[in-house]
Design a protein around this ligand. Structure first.
Ligand SMILES: [Zn+2]
Length: 432
């Protein structure tokens, strides 16, 4: 990255009223690049300039079309495309590849998870994901990490934390297959029935949950359950959503099976996590309710191709193989029918840092345009997290979360796997 001054513009800028940030002594920044992808459905801007003062974007436009503040430092990203910082709406920063926690939870403590999460937060940020939703931690380490990042103590993306999440006895978030005399920790709060679920939701919000995670169906990386199961009744799901709604907290439901998914959508969840086997009724319901799907596509590829060498048990590899083809077909059907997608990967199932893998699969295997795939991780991600007023696009007034790739990701979407520049809140995290 080259920093250059702009003497030619100095005389001109002296005539302009000084913005607040300049008056306070902060040096304004100007990013110049080959191309700007705004993050909405607006067309790209060629040869853009983006002015940043403090933590916010204060002007955006083609070079020469907007005033540049006096004394601004230029960040020259020629040859690069700049985009909004990306959203990954489904991560588990404290997790590592393996059996989904079934044995990790039996061996390791919350302190192990908290330390993993610190390392993974930095990796995730440096890959260009400046906002994440940690959708299930099995304890409070994600809320603590969120607070440490916000205080500037630990580098990482902006975090929405689900803390525990809730799961049913014997379901995806329980730890199964042991003698009943062996106490098992569970990697969500295990709760059944309306009363227990209401209490669990209130408890998690009390201790810092920004979002409630419910495992509404069985899962792939879990012993003794089936992706075709329904874990909770409609009444139980409704109790979770109603209680969370009273506390102004959205709910994300893990669901592979149509039965679980459709009742979760009817109950009013904000998002379906995975959505693997969505049926036509689910597509209709998701459109009617405005429910997001967070598709986590690459997880199955990793489990099938690299799972065995990473400790994924045979029963989980078989589950992944059984649903992989349907996953692409059904999620593509949902997308092209108009269901809203918010980008999310389930990082932890695969090594953190490969968060951009879903983009290539969307474009190559699901007939989704590069621009639409990018939007799932920009304005759509921001909308799901309720942060669209401040994030999700490169526009005047928004927080300066900006990334860059070398070349044009609309020609080669996999360039997003190699992010070269990262800025979060006006601070450069990584530069070429
Ligand atoms: Zn997950």
């Amino acid at each position: 990255m080259r920093f250059t001054s702009r003497p030619a513009l100095l005389a001109f800028t002296l005539l302009l009223a000084l913005p607040a940030a300049a008056q306070e002594g902060e040096t304004p920044l100007v990013i110049r690049a080959a191309r700007l992808i705004i993050g909405t459905d607006a067309p790209p801007v060629l040869n853009p300039e983006v002015v940043i003062e403090g933590e916010r974007i204060t002007a955006v436009g083609p070079t020469g079309a907007i005033p540049i503040p006096r004394g601004a430092t230029v960040i020259d990203l020629s040859g690069h495309t700049i985009l909004p910082g990306l959203f990954d709406c489904h991560v588990h920063l404290g997790g590592i590849p393996g059996d989904g926690g079934d044995t990790q939870k039996m061996r390791e403590t919350v302190a192990h998870e908290a330390n993993y999460a610190v390392a993974h937060a930095k990796i995730t940020l440096e890959k260009g994901f400046t906002s994440v939703r940690n959708i299930g931690a099995g304890n409070y380490h994600d809320a603590a990490l969120r607070d440490m990042v916000d205080r500037g103590i630990v580098p990482g993306p902006r975090i929405q934390a689900a803390t525990w999440g809730v799961g049913s006895t014997g379901g995806h978030a329980d730890i199964n297959g042991w003698n009943p005399d062996v106490p098992t920790p569970g990697y969500a709060m295990i709760a059944d029935g309306v009363d227990e679920l209401r209490r669990a939701v209130r408890f998690q919000v009390k201790y810092g949950a920004d979002v409630i995670k419910v495992t509404a169906s069985g899962g792939v990386l879990s012993h003794g359950d089936s992706v075709h199961d329904q874990a909770y009744s409609f009444e139980e799901l409704k109790a979770i959503v109603d209680t969370a709604t009273m506390l102004d907290t959205p709910v994300g439901a893990h669901a592979h099976s149509p039965a679980a998914m459709n009742d979760a959508i009817r109950a009013g969840v904000a998002s379906i996590e995975h959505g693997t086997l969505i049926d036509d009724e689910g597509i209709r319901l998701a459109k009617e309710h405005g429910t997001f799907i967070v598709p986590t596509i690459y997880t199955l590829d990793f489990i099938i191709e690299e799972g065995a060498e990473n400790g994924v048990p045979e029963h989980s590899i078989v589950k992944a193989q059984e649903i992989a083809t349907m996953q692409r077909e059904r999620l593509a059907a949902a997308f092209h029918a108009g269901v809203k997608f918010a980008y999310g990967t389930d990082a932890a199932v695969f090594p953190h840092g490969r968060n951009a893998k879903d983009f290539g699969i969307m474009v190559d295997e699901m007939d989704i345009s590069p621009m639409a795939a990018i939007q799932t991780a920009t304005i759509n991600g921001a909308e799901l997290l309720g942060w669209e007023a401040d994030l999700g696009s490169i526009e005047d007034g928004k927080l300066a979360d900006i990334i860059a790739v070398a070349g044009n990701p609309l020609d080669d979407i996999r360039l997003l796997e190699d992010v070269r520049f990262v800025m979060k809140g006006g601070e450069v995290v990584k530069s070429p």
